[in-house]
Design a protein around this ligand. Structure first.
Ligand SMILES: Cc1cc2nc3c(=O)[nH]c(=O)nc-3n(C[C@H](O)[C@H](O)[C@H](O)COP(=O)(O)O)c2cc1C
Length: 212
């Protein structure tokens, strides 16, 4: 099998400059909805890229847990690798890839921690096992063994059964405020549609077409 021979024509649709709304959050909301309706696996999964203060990038998948007032919300451990990178450099990118729809969306913006009450509310909504998991996992740190992690989980699982389980301060949400969106729709002969939105100083979005 030669992966160089894998080829697919993209024929599902197009994206015209005249049809797109002035506000990119409307188009994003529509595309996310279509990915959900199409029953794609984990339609809210997104690749979050961060960069260290030395400008070294890293990326990983996280789940979009809210899209409110044009901001993208996700939850994680503030002391994880990504959390430490965001603390030093808030510029991030988010990428959604919906392959069966032949679509991708790239977003660039800045991440800021959510207010504690919002992180508390989301933490409290999670299943008990997930909350215990967040409590006992020092995300991104080296641990001695899986066995040790499971031992800590089991211990905390029993210990918190009958007492309040508060959100650990090292765990919570971020809101990403976008400054740039790119919507990509696959087309025939690799002449894909790419519509770029860039936020202007007056709050309007400049809209342009990019070469594929
Ligand atoms: C489908 C999927 C969803 C994930 N969702 C999250 C998430 O919402 N939050 C999170 O912290 N990690 C999530 N992860 C794990 C991250 O990809 C990553 O392994 C972890 O956050 C540690 O990243 P870091 O060491 O770069 O900080 C998810 C992984 C996958 C594959």
């Amino acid at each position: 099998m030669d992966i160089a021979d894998f080829r697919k024509e993209y024929t599902r649709g197009g994206l015209s400059r005249r049809e797109v709304p002035d506000d990119p959050s409307l188009l994003f909301g529509r595309w996310l909805e279509e990915a959900i309706v199409a029953e794609l696996p984990e339609p809210n999964a997104m690749l979050l890229a961060t960069a260290s203060v030395e400008c070294r990038p890293s990326a990983r998948t996280v789940l979009l847990k809210g899209f409110e007032d044009g901001k993208f919300l996700f939850f994680t451990n503030y002391e994880s690798r990504k959390g430490r990178q965001i603390a030093g450099n808030p510029h991030v990118s988010l990428s959604f890839v919906w392959l069966p729809l032949e679509r991708q969306v790239h977003v660039e913006g800045t991440a800021a921690p959510l207010p504690a009450v919002e992180s508390d509310a989301y933490f409290d909504s999670r299943p008990y096992g997930s909350r215990i998991g967040a409590l006992v996992s020092p995300q991104s740190r080296v641990i001695p063994s899986r066995h040790e992690l499971v031992r800590r989980f089991d211990e905390a699982f029993d210990a918190y059964r009958h007492r309040p389980l508060l959100r650990p301060s090292c765990w919570g949400g971020y809101a990403v405020t976008p400054q740039r969106y790119e919507f990509w729709q696959g087309r025939e002969n690799r002449l894909h549609d790419r519509i770029l939105y860039v936020l202007q100083s007056d709050g309007d979005w400049r809209i342009e077409r990019l070469a594929p």
